[in-house]
Write a protein that binds this ligand. Structure first.
Ligand code: GLC
Length: 746
């Protein structure tokens, strides 16, 4: 939790109330308005229209970038001067921010500083792996360090607020935004979000290089029906509270200063006007005192949802539900004055929203230091060598070794990876040379040329290699003879994951699979390296390719990190935080599923698909190493009640892991549990904890976990939180398939 000392909190509250008491109605409404960058110039269209044209393929990325770079931004200076804007989204550049901040601070009546926000999701200019990749490191200290680095770069560019971390539990690979969070498990998203809040804000959000975090998208956006973005979410109250809300709660209680409600409805009520979420739970149960910001245009979209009759009704519903700031829909600035004057929205409700906004600005130190960005040197603030070092470490630790078999049927042979640098590699596939594909989704300020592609890395490391963009039959006939091993670099374009990027089909494209077949036909070893932003169909690769490396979208150091793993300079340690389904038809696919009364199996009348395997191709927690580990001595015992009167004290678990191979490695130890009998049936496995340990060859370590009462319990049909006495099954080890088992009675 952000430790704001009581004295400082009181001082801030006094300042907030004093300032509020001096504000006009127009100035109050102005603070609830966030504007996006609008373009002026010969385009005759707004920024959003240009963005939509690019997303719809009517404008290329290059044309779009050229427009943005050449466009004069309409920074609405008169509105700033009149106190009609509280925040900007997506306006960057220390000089530009200084200019508009100076207008707000020195030319408006009350001098209230602007709050500048931006999507710094996985890096600002030094782009690190997408969250779905980085979560696979199972390393909170790393997650915090990359966030800290992002905050320093963003602050130098005038940004004081990021719309991150996204902690939406995502159990459906069809949903493109699975790329933006920590996968299918709520504990993973909880730990990831908590680490990111710490990294962005530190314990002193007023520090010049600290930025406000924004927990999003509240709530359960990842539960969209059919994996279709923006679609309805239908969850029981129990499932919402057990499988989705904890990740937001943990991030809020870590001290996040802002929260962003989601686009979706939950049981028919849009989150943007859901007072149960925004007031009863967020503020009533969790004690949140920060600010809520709508998602882009989301307030206006209450009309399309069918929750509001018109924009005025939308503004009324959102404000009364607890939505403090309007991201770019302009509903608040256009409608709020009449809503207040008519009494449809009380002045108390508006004062609450404005107080939340002002409180965040005070906690960020904006009143004392509105020109914080001037303390950073934009010329040297980005892409520092030490930042690239962190980015490469994060990329190394995000790469998952999915498969690593001996080549051919020579059982005695060593696995294909790691490769010797003496070999001649044939790097195949255009993704191997596409720097601008390496950032992945939500890298809004990335510059493609900042990224190192695999071909760049081969050049700089003087690797013995040939690059074939398509590895056509002609190319292969000319070059195959000189190559010892083929590296097929395949996957998805970065635009295929992220927002508004749901897929109904998870296949790798036919042309890429045809290329893999051509490489297999050479009779030489083939390694597949995947660049993708979500789980994709890997059945063909798993059946035919001896080694598979999941490299996701790794950011600026992608090429170097892939070679680190291929040549064994780094021993892979990452594990999957999202399952890879057999195909789109078997989605949603996740490990913590119920057993059903007829668990899927061979028999006809069981819960399965008769035309596809039920098991994922690779499941949550899967990830190989270049060394081997052995687990032993799993014990579990009920620990003395750790909460006075605790009816069911937690469980202490310990297990020993030994590096039985010939090289050092980092091993992620996983601990799961199952409550086999309960009033509401429980999942067959539930992650209780994880810990990554470093082990030299022959070294053993004992790893301890504590399973809390809160983890063991669930909401019964009457919404009472209960912990059933009885047996609890414990599973611990390096993967779901290889756990040791124990039981304990609580
Ligand atoms: C988008 C996304 C949200 C993002 C916001 C600002 O629509 O849903 O995650 O932070 O708009 O760009």
């Amino acid at each position: 939790m952000l430790e704001v000392n009581p004295e400082k909190r009181t001082q801030i509250e006094e300042k907030v109330q004093d300032l509020l008491s001096r504000m006009t109605l127009e100035e109050k409404i102005g603070q609830t308005r966030q504007c996006g960058p609008s373009l002026v110039g010969a385009f005759g269209m707004s920024f959003e229209e240009a963005l939509n044209m690019m997303m719809d393929g009517k404008l290329s990325k290059a044309e779009f970038d050229k427009m943005i770079e050449s466009a004069e931004m309409d920074l609405k200076e008169d509105d700033i001067r009149a106190g009609r804007i509280g925040s900007f989204n997506g306006v960057t550049g220390a000089e530009r921010i200084h200019h508009i901040q100076q207008i707000a601070v020195e030319e408006s009546r009350l001098g209230i500083p602007l709050l500048i926000g931006c999507d710094v999701i996985h890096g600002h200019r030094t782009i690190t792996p997408i969250p779905l990749a980085e979560s696979g490191a199972f390393e909170p200290s790393l997650w915090e360090r990359t966030a800290r680095m992002s905050a320093k770069e963003a602050a130098a560019d005038g940004i004081k607020w990021t719309f991150a971390p996204m902690v939406d539990v995502s159990k459906d690979a069809r949903w493109g935004r699975i790329s933006e969070g920590a996968g299918e498990d709520v504990l993973m998203n909880s730990c990831y979000g908590e680490a990111k809040v710490r990294g962005y804000q530190t314990q002193d959000p007023s520090a010049p290089d600290a930025i406000a975090a924004c927990v999003k998208h509240f709530a359960a956006y990842g539960g969209a029906e059919g994996g279709r973005d923006y679609n309805r979410v239908e969850l029981s109250e129990q499932r919402l509270r057990e499988d989705y809300l904890p990740s937001y709660e943990v991030a809020v209680k870590a001290g996040a200063l802002t929260v962003m409600p989601a686009f979706n409805t939950i049981s028919g009520v849009p989150c943007s006007c859901n007072s149960y979420l925004l007031t009863a739970i967020l503020r009533g149960e969790w004690g949140f005192e920060g600010m809520t910001i709508s998602d882009a245009n989301a307030i206006a979209e209450l009309v399309a949802h069918g929750a509001a009759a018109d924009r005025k009704d939308a503004a009324r519903l959102a404000m009364n539900a607890g939505m403090d700031m309007d991201m770019t829909s302009e509903c608040y600035i256009e409608e709020m004055k009449e809503l207040i004057e008519s009494g449809a929205v009380s002045m108390a409700a508006l004062d609450r929203a404005v107080s939340d906004v002002l409180r965040v600005k005070f906690e960020l130190g904006l009143f004392e230091n509105p020109y914080y960005m001037d303390e950073q040197d934009p010329e040297t603030a980005f892409l520092k060598p030490e930042y690239r070092t962190i980015a490469r470490e994060a990329a190394d630790k995000s790469i998952v070794l999915l498969k690593n078999d001996p080549f051919g049927d020579r059982d005695a042979a060593a696995p294909v990876l790691p490769l010797s640098r003496d070999l001649h590699l044939c790097i195949c596939g255009k993704l191997a040379a596409q720097r601008d594909e390496m950032p992945g989704t939500w890298a809004v300020n990335a510059k493609g040329n900042d990224c190192v592609s695999i071909v760049d890395a081969c050049e700089s490391q003087k690797v013995n290699y040939t690059f074939l963009e398509t590895a056509s039959a002609d190319e292969l006939s000319a070059h195959a003879a000189e190559c010892d091993v083929f590296v097929a670099v395949i996957g998805e374009p970065r635009e295929w994951s992220g927002e508004a990027s749901s897929r109904s089909d998870l296949k790798i494209s036919a042309d890429q699979l045809d290329m893999v077949r051509r490489l297999l036909d050479t009779g030489k070893p083939v390694v597949a390296v995947l660049f993708n932003g979500r789980p994709i169909e890997l059945t063909f690769l798993k059946e035919n390719v001896p080694a598979i490396v999941e490299a996701w979208h790794l950011g600026v150091e992608a090429g170097n990190a892939v070679l680190d793993i291929l040549f064994g300079d780094v021993n892979p340690s990452a594990k999957l935080t999202a399952s890879f389904p057999y195909n789109a038809g078997t989605c949603p696919c996740y490990y913590d599923h119920p057993n059903t009364g007829r668990p899927g199996g061979r028999a006809k009348f069981t819960s399965k698909y008769f035309d596809a395997p039920l098991e994922p191709v690779y499941t949550f927690g899967h990830g190989l190493s270049y060394t081997t580990y052995e687990y032993s001595d799993l014990t579990a015992e009920v620990c003395p009640g750790n909460v006075p009167g605790d009816a069911a004290p937690g469980i202490d678990v310990q297990i020993t892991v030994k590096n039985t191979g010939s090289r050092a490695g980092d091993e992620v130890v996983l601990c799961f549990f199952r409550d086999p009998v309960a009033e509401r049936v429980r999942p067959v496995r539930k992650l209780a904890g994880f810990e990554k340990v470093s082990l030299e060859p022959g070294q053993s370590k004992t790893v301890r976990f504590h399973i809390t009462r809160r983890q063991l319990g669930y909401f019964n049909s009457r919404m009472n939180f209960v912990v059933d006495p009885g047996e609890i099954d414990i599973y611990a080890g390096g993967s779901l398939e290889s756990c040791l088992e124990a039981s304990v009675r609580i």
